[in-house]
Every structure is written in C-alpha cells, then in structure tokens.
Design a protein around this ligand. Structure first.
Ligand SMILES: CCCCCCCCCC/C=C\CCCCCCCC(=O)SCCNC(=O)CCNC(=O)[C@H](O)C(C)(C)COP(=O)(O)OP(=O)(O)OC[C@H]1O[C@@H](n2cnc3c(N)ncnc32)[C@H](O)[C@@H]1OP(=O)(O)O
Ligand SMILES: Cc1cc2nc3c(=O)[nH]c(=O)nc-3n(C[C@H](O)[C@H](O)[C@H](O)COP(=O)(O)OP(=O)(O)OC[C@H]3O[C@@H](n4cnc5c(N)ncnc54)[C@H](O)[C@@H]3O)c2cc1C
Length: 652
C-alpha cells in the first residue's frame, strides 16, 4: 500500500486545478467529455482487453484485432456514435488496425480527390464499411521518391509490386493505388486510382492480382496487429472513371485535362495525415511521460533519512530527463492544435482557388511531423530508462509503446527526407527576400532579417530567460542565421542541386531550428490567449519555459556558433532551467493526471493511477504462461541429462 500513499500525497500538494487542466489538454470541454466517455466505455468492456496481447502468436494477434475492430464497429452502430466519438473510441482501443488506414487515409483521399459523382458512388460504401480501403503508394523500390513510382496506368499496363500498405495484406477490398498516368503515349505523372482488389462475395483476391502480408515487423505484438501488404498487378484493367478526377480528368477519347491547380494537390492526403501524426505525437509522448512520472514518484532508491529512501523523482538528474519530456508533450499538443487550424485554413483557401499557403502548409506539416515524431520516439525510450529495470518489462507498457511508435519516424515520409523539404522552403524564402517578396506566416520573422542578423540577446540575469519575447527572439535569430548561412554557402555552388546535396546535413539542422521556433512560438501564442482555471496558466508558463530552455540547452552549439547568445547567457539559461524543474516538481503527478488516461489505455503497471505498483508487478509475473508449471517443458530433454552428466563427471 506504500505506493498508494505516495501518489495521494503528490496529488494533494499540486498547485493548480487538475480538472481545469484536463479541459486545456483536451482542447475544449466538449472534446474532454467525448474522450472521457469513450475511454471509459473501452476500459470497462472486457472485449477490449489488451493485457494478453504479448502472449499471442502473430495469427492469433491478428485475428484478435479483427475481432476487436468488428466489435468496435458494432458498438459504433448500436450506440449511434458520431464521427468524433467513433474516432475516439477507436483511439482508446489502442491497437493499430486496417481501420486506421480505411478511416485515416482511404476515406480522406476519396473526399479530397473525388468528383461529386465519384463521391456519391464510393463514399456511402466506405462510410458503411461495405468496402474496406487502404492506401497503396509505396512500392518495393520507391517510397520517398513518389515521382519515380514505377507502376503505370495505361491502356496496356506493365506490372509492379506495392510494398507496405497497411490493411492491404489480408483485409482491404479496395485500394487507392498510385500510378503514373499514361495516355496517348504521354506520361502525366503520379495520380490516384481506386482499384477493387478482393471479391465482395468471398474475399478472394481478384484475378491478375497477387496479395500477401509482408511479414513480421519490429517488436513482439506491437504493430504486428496490422496487415501491411505486398501487392502485384499483372495487366489489371479498371474503368476510366476510377481515376480520381477532381483535379485532372481523362476524357473518353483519352485526352488528359488538367484543372488549373498545382499538381501537388495529389499529395493532399499526406499533408492531412502528417498533421494528424503531430497530434498523435503528443498522445504517445504524454502516455510514456505519465507512466514514468507516476513510477518515479513511487520508486525509492538511496538517500535514506529516518529509514525512508528518496523518491527517484527527487533526483535532479531524473527531473532534468523527465520534465523536458513532460513539457514537450504539452508543447506538441498545442502546436498540433495550431496545425489543425492551419490545415483547416488552407483547405478553405483551396476551395476558393487560393493556393498561396499550400507551400507553407506542406513545410509545416512535413517539418513538425519530423521533429515531433523523432523527439517522441527518443522520449519513449528515455521514459523506459527512467523506469529502470521494470521499464524493460512488457507490463510497464513502454516496450510495446516504443515498438508501435517508432515507425512514425518513417511512415508518411522519412523524417530526414521531410526536413529536406522544409530546408528547400527556407532557402527559397531567403532567396526571395532579395527580390522584395515579403515572407508571411511562420516565416514572417525573416522579414526582419536585418534586425535578426544584428541583434544581441538581452539576457543579463537568469530570470530574463522567463521573458517570452527574449526567448522568442533568440529562437528567431538562431533560425534566421542558420538559414542565411546555408543560403550563402549554397550560392557558392554553380549547380544548386549539387550544392543542396553537399550541404544537406547543415540544411537539415536549419530546418530543425525553424521547426523548433514554430513550436516555441505557438506555445507562447497559446499562453497569450485566455486560459481559465485555477493556477493552470502558471503551470503552462513554466512548461513553456522548460521546453524552450531545454531545447536551447540541447542545441547549444547552434546558439553559440551563430552568436545568438554568449556562453554566460547559456549558463544563466541552465540556472533558470534548474529553478523551473524545482517549481514543477510538486505538480508533476497532477500534470500527468491532466492527460486523463485510464489504466486500460496506459496499459502499464508502473503507471497505475493508484500507484500500487509492487503487488501488481508481482501478481502479473505469475500470470505469465512460463509460470504455468514449476518445471519447464524441455527439462527432461535438455536440463536433466546435463545435470546427470555433471554428476557423473564429478564422481570420476
Ligand atoms: C492513417 C491514419 C494516420 C493516423 C495517425 C495517427 C497514428 C495513430 C496510431 C498509429 C497506428 C496506426 C496508423 C499508422 C498509419 C500509417 C500510415 C502510413 C501511410 C504511409 O506511409 S503512405 C505513404 C507515404 N509516403 C510518403 O510520405 C512519401 C514521401 N515523399 C513525398 O511526400 C514526396 O515525394 C516529397 C519527398 C515530399 C517530394 O519529393 P520531390 O522533391 O520529388 O517533390 P516533387 O518534385 O514531387 O514536388 C516538388 C514541389 O512540390 C512541393 N511539395 C511536395 N510535396 C508536397 C505536398 N504534400 N503538398 C504541397 N506541396 C508539396 C515541394 O515543396 C516542391 O515545391 P517547389 O517546387 O520547391 O516550390
Ligand atoms: C509501419 C509502416 C506503415 C506503412 N504504411 C504504409 C501505407 O499504408 N501505405 C504506403 O503506401 N506506404 C506505407 N509505408 C511506407 C512508408 O511510407 C515508406 O517506408 C516511407 O515513405 C519511407 O520511404 P522508403 O521506405 O522508400 O525509405 P527510403 O527513401 O528508401 O529511405 C532510406 C534511407 O534513405 C534516406 N534518404 C532517402 N532519400 C533521401 C534523400 N533525397 N536525401 C537524403 N536521404 C535520403 C532516408 O533518410 C533513409 O535514411 C509504411 C511504412 C511503415 C514502416
């Protein structure tokens, strides 16, 4: 019962209203209520049990996922859940499944790229799950380089293999297939097509198509609930109207007609999904941080006074590893909220034929997807280490979370490839300054380039680092100077592509600096708005400062080499950071309670709400099938003869 007492004490000492913080975390009261209701619905239904996942074989695991997905769908229909409620229910089921691709990519792709007529035909089927769709873009030989996809769609197609699409291997009946459109002998580049791949009567694969699962992936269980697939086409014919024709059409005569829109709109679903992935980064990181924080408050080692050892959360090293992750989870939440706004804004503009913010939307979603997923993947692993040996047990929830999460650094665009897109955007922005083009949105700071190139940081004492405008300017100066330096060095190359290739490691660093600036800026912006709740804003201000100053500390080389700050100012930033950690310490447990995660969703004995870790860890060990018998299978074949042999040898 020791652990129970610890967390109750932690909760009592917090200095803000956790219920108010829950609303801020969720985004609104309504969003909180939906999430709360759906998470409890899942947690209280034994059909959604997940604690036995690690003991299942791949086939059992996959069938279990199919069962849960079908059951979840039954619940959604029975309870007449709204789209938002259904999305939250699937989220809390917490098991990657073909439905993620159906609802997350297939349906959005149809909505974004279909004509009215095509929407009328396909959307009702997809909404009722009378067809199940996946997103088949990546080929065996090409993932990042979409332009070079080899699959062609002509009247006389060649053959090729798709590789990776989730939901394809065993479940989907339809796929959005990416192929280069060839008509009248001319290649018009990559387009999306709907292709039926399985029979709607008996689920058999249609003639001319070969499909399978690509095999076991990283981690035990984890993402193996997903049937990522391989697909081979051999002279498949599809009707002309299965080219999604909102932005470009092929007439009955085979004439290609391109609407007056950027061709990059065919990549629109990727922008949508990357935005979703940023929000998801805050989910995954907050979950790991919740486990590590609660456990750090329960766990005691060394420093015994009056016979009681120190809670490991009181060690300054533990705080300096854990609290930046806590701050990052909040930072990613708010930048995700802003990205949602940006996405809605760009969508409305596109509908009105205003394409001006498309490059920024692409750069922001690509860049933020990249740095939030990288930080989250590293953060989950750090949380595992923060939990010591117990963190390595699957019952901590952390190994599975890590294994499920890490591919986010690769899917929907390899992180480095995406940062290079941001770098191109930045270099272009800098070069356009010369021609007098005024940068807007997230690059507006470049419009004050002369000031940023000349300014000096005003910090004189540690508390100055709490001033948001000083912090913001330091991030702007660092980012602007890194981008300008890259642009200068690039201009020395006669061949720009060669220069870009040569300087790409520095370009990636400049892109990271720009994206971190966005995160800091959006956190500060959030705090300038109205944030109700007793003590809530104060805590968020501390977390914002921690995120900024920790990032500064981690990338000190950039800040010093660009002369943004002096070594003395860096040392003052560290002093301030230490003081902030001490201020957050009494609130740490309440700050993770604000995520409002059920024990079912956390799936972790170390992160239990009641903190009653040890008896449950002990009980869990006995549930392992390894402990079904005291003497293991294999004793008679492999252990007994060994022991007997040693006995014989010792008698010799
Ligand atoms: C599915 C639901 C997701 C939910 C997530 C939440 C998670 C929940 C729990 C997790 C469990 C399960 C869910 C798992 C879901 C996994 C889904 C994964 C699915 C996939 O991976 S699908 C395949 C994705 N593939 C990629 O992302 C490929 C990456 N490559 C590219 O995007 C591009 O090719 C490129 C590298 C960006 C560009 O290459 P290239 O230089 O060749 O570019 P182009 O010449 O074509 O264009 C240059 C020009 O165009 C601009 N541009 C490029 N892309 C875009 C864009 N998307 N929008 C706007 N503009 C774009 C570029 O900037 C250039 O502009 P310029 O000419 O310089 O002005
Ligand atoms: C779990 C999972 C689920 C997936 N689901 C789907 C799906 O549903 N549908 C689908 O179509 N695809 C899916 N994918 C595929 C995924 O989108 C691709 O794997 C991803 O886009 C990366 O492409 P790639 O594999 O070709 O990597 P590569 O491009 O081959 O990357 C390999 C290495 O090369 C580097 N590199 C590549 N190009 C450059 C460059 N220009 N400059 C510098 N470095 C470079 C990368 O940084 C990386 O280090 C999934 C992948 C995973 C892991």
């Amino acid at each position: 019962m020791e652990g129970v007492d610890h967390l109750a004490h932690e909760r009592n000492r917090s200095q803000f209203d956790v219920n108010d913080m829950k609303i801020v975390w969720a985004g609104s009261r309504e969003a909180f209520e939906v999430s709360d209701r759906m998470s409890r619905l899942v947690a209280n239904d034994p059909a959604f049990r997940k604690d036995n996942r690690v003991h299942l074989t791949r086939k059992e695991l996959f069938k279990n996922t199919l069962r849960k997905a079908a059951y979840a769908w039954k619940k959604i229909i029975e309870l007449k859940l709204s789209e938002e409620e259904a999305g939250r229910l699937r989220f809390f089921v917490d098991e990657p499944a073909y439905t993620d691709l159906h609802w997350g990519m297939f349906v959005p792709f149809l909505k974004g790229q279909g004509t009215e007529e095509q929407l009328q035909k396909w959307l009702p089927l997809a909404y009722k799950m009378q067809i199940i769709g996946c997103y088949a873009q990546t080929e065996l030989g090409h993932g990042s380089n979409v332009q070079w996809l080899e699959t062609t769609a002509t009247f006389d197609p060649k053959t090729d293999e798709f590789w990776w699409p989730g939901g394809l291997g065993k479940v989907s009946t339809h796929a959005v297939v990416f192929a280069r459109l060839i008509t009248n002998g001319r290649d018009y580049g990559v387009h999306g097509f709907i292709v039926q791949i399985r029979s709607l009567d008996d689920h058999s694969v249609l003639p001319g198509i070969t499909i399978g699962d690509i095999g076991v992936k990283f981690g035990n269980g984890a993402y193996n609930t997903m049937d990522n697939g391989v697909m081979h086409f051999d002279h498949i014919r599809i009707p002309r109207n299965q080219l999604l024709m909102r932005f470009s059409q092929v007439t009955r005569e085979g004439k290609y007609v391109q609407s007056d829109v950027p061709r990059q709109l065919v990549y629109g679903t990727m922008v949508y999904v990357r935005k979703t992935i940023v929000i998801d980064a805050s989910n995954a990181l907050s979950r790991a941080v919740c486990i590590a924080t609660r456990y750090s408050a329960v766990r005691r080692q060394f420093g015994s006074q009056d016979g009681v050892e120190t809670q490991v959360i009181n060690y300054k090293t533990q705080q300096s590893r854990l609290f930046p992750l806590l701050a990052s989870a909040y930072a990613f939440r708010f930048v995700g909220e802003w990205l949602q706004w940006l996405y809605t804004d760009v969508t409305q503009r596109l509908a009105a034929n205003d394409f001006s913010t498309l490059p920024e939307a692409h750069a922001c979603t690509a860049g933020l997807k990249s740095i939030t997923t990288a930080a989250t993947a590293d953060g989950i692993e750090e949380c595992r280490k923060l939990c010591g040996g117990h963190g390595y047990l699957c019952s901590s929830g952390l190994p599975e979370l890590f294994a499920v999460y890490v591919p986010a650094c690769t899917y929907e665009g390899d992180n480095v490839v995406l940062l290079l897109q941001v770098a191109r955007f930045l270099v272009k922005t800098v070069s356009q300054l010369v021609s007098g083009k005024k940068p807007v949105g997230t690059t507006a700071y470049m419009g004050r380039l002369q000031h940023l190139m000349e300014s000096t940081c005003k910090v004189q004492k540690a508390e100055d680092w709490l001033n948001p405008s000083i912090v913001l300017e330091a991030f702007e100066v660092r980012s602007a100077r890194m981008s300008v330096e890259c642009a200068k060095r690039l201009s020395q190359f006669t061949n720009q592509e060669e220069g870009f290739h040569e300087l790409s490691p520095s370009l990636v660093e400049a892109a990271v600096a720009h994206c971190q600036l966005i995160i800091v800026a959006k956190f500060i912006e959030k705090l300038q708005g109205d944030i109700p709740g007793n003590g809530v804003k104060d805590q968020l201000q501390k977390l914002c400062s921690i995120y900024a100053l920790f990032t500064l500390h981690k990338h000190l080389g950039d800040f010093l080499s660009t002369s943004t700050i002096t070594p003395k100012q860096a040392s003052l930033a560290d002093d301030q950071l230490r003081s902030l950690y001490a201020q957050v310490r009494p609130n740490a447990v309440a700050l993770v309670d604000a995520f409002n995660y059920t024990d079912h969703y956390l799936g972790s004995i170390l992160g239990r709400y009641d903190g009653n870790v040890y008896p449950n860890l002990y009980d869990e060990a006995w549930k392992d099938p390894m402990n079904d018998t005291a003497v293991p299978d294999g004793y008679h074949e492999y252990i007994k003869p060994l022991l007997k042999q040693q006995l014989r040898n010792s008698r010799l």
